[in-house]
Write a protein that binds this ligand. Structure first.
Ligand code: AMP
Length: 255
């Protein structure tokens, strides 16, 4: 079984120590934000980036999916239950709920191991809140990686995507199949298709992306942080492209 940071502190929002310490701690930690429409393969790149650069993968979607398990056990807070209703429809969770959740997890943003935010920020209001927080703590983002892919390829990717409920690894039935059909290569759990990967939810998520998240491209471009990566080809090709682009950001962006 692969050793993987369980991100306990991020997932629960409590004062829970993560099972393994960051691989690297730096004076100026690497701090990335990932952007890209649903299905561009962001999750797969996130895993590779996290492993290669040693930064922790912080996904807000994973926090909501973990909360869904609590809801099934009847222990989710009323705020979280409200958030989950938005998520299950494929809609964005309102900013104030997301920001409350991020606020509870501020420690992760201050981690000396750096971070890679995936799924946050998703609106300009969220991006402004993040930048205010980082400025207050005298921290700066290293780069915002923006993955771009034509829509027909996005649809093909989403319909074949399978996720591990245990370690959150992402596979694809044809493009990146697990060694044994339906079983996670890393932890042996049965893979599943996310509820929000069904076609009706996918359409709502694409609309939400266009309306709310696309403006972030301009927001970060104006701040000279945007690094656009073409997301066609195999995961390895896209990752090589990512590394090459990040080299141009500065010599400090190294594993
Ligand atoms: P993801 O795994 O990033 O696609 O997130 C799954 C779902 O969680 C989204 O479709 C939203 O309903 C919700 N969600 C995750 N992150 C955010 C966010 N930053 N703002 C609003 N909703 C979010």
């Amino acid at each position: 079984m692969k050793t993987k940071n369980d991100r306990a502190s991020w997932i629960t929002g409590g004062r829970v120590p993560c099972s393994i310490l960051p691989k690297v701690t730096r004076a100026n930690p690497l701090r990335f934000v990932l952007l890209g429409a649903p299905g561009v393969g962001k999750g797969t790149q996130a895993e590779r980036i996290s492993e290669y650069y040693g930064v922790c993968h912080l996904s807000t979607g994973d926090v909501f999916r973990a909360a869904k398990d609590l809801q099934e056990k009847g222990t989710a807070s009323p705020t979280m239950t409200r958030a989950l209703n938005y998520m299950l429809r494929g809609d964005l969770v309102p900013d104030e709920i997301v920001l409350e959740l991020i606020h509870e997890r501020m420690r992760c943003l201050m981690c000396g191991g750096g971070f890679m935010l995936d799924g946050f920020p998703r609106t300009v209001a969220q991006a402004e809140a993040l930048s205010e927080f980082l400025e207050e703590k005298e921290c700066a983002l290293t780069a915002v990686l923006n993955y771009e892919l034509p829509i027909d390829q996005v649809v093909a990717r989403l319909s074949g995507r399978r996720t591990c409920p245990g370690c959150k690894a992402v596979f694809h039935v044809t493009a990146q199949p697990p060694k044994v059909e339906g079983v996670c290569d890393h932890c042996g759990e049965s893979l599943y298709q996310r509820e929000d990967d069904v076609p009706e939810s996918v359409r709502v998520r694409m609309d939400a992306y266009e309306a709310n998240t696309r403006p972030l491209i301009e927001y970060y471009s104006k701040r000279d942080l945007l690094v656009t990566v073409e997301a066609d080809g195999s995961p390895a090709e896209i990752f090589n492209r990512t590394k090459a682009k990040l080299k141009n950001v500065g010599p400090e962006v190294s594993p």
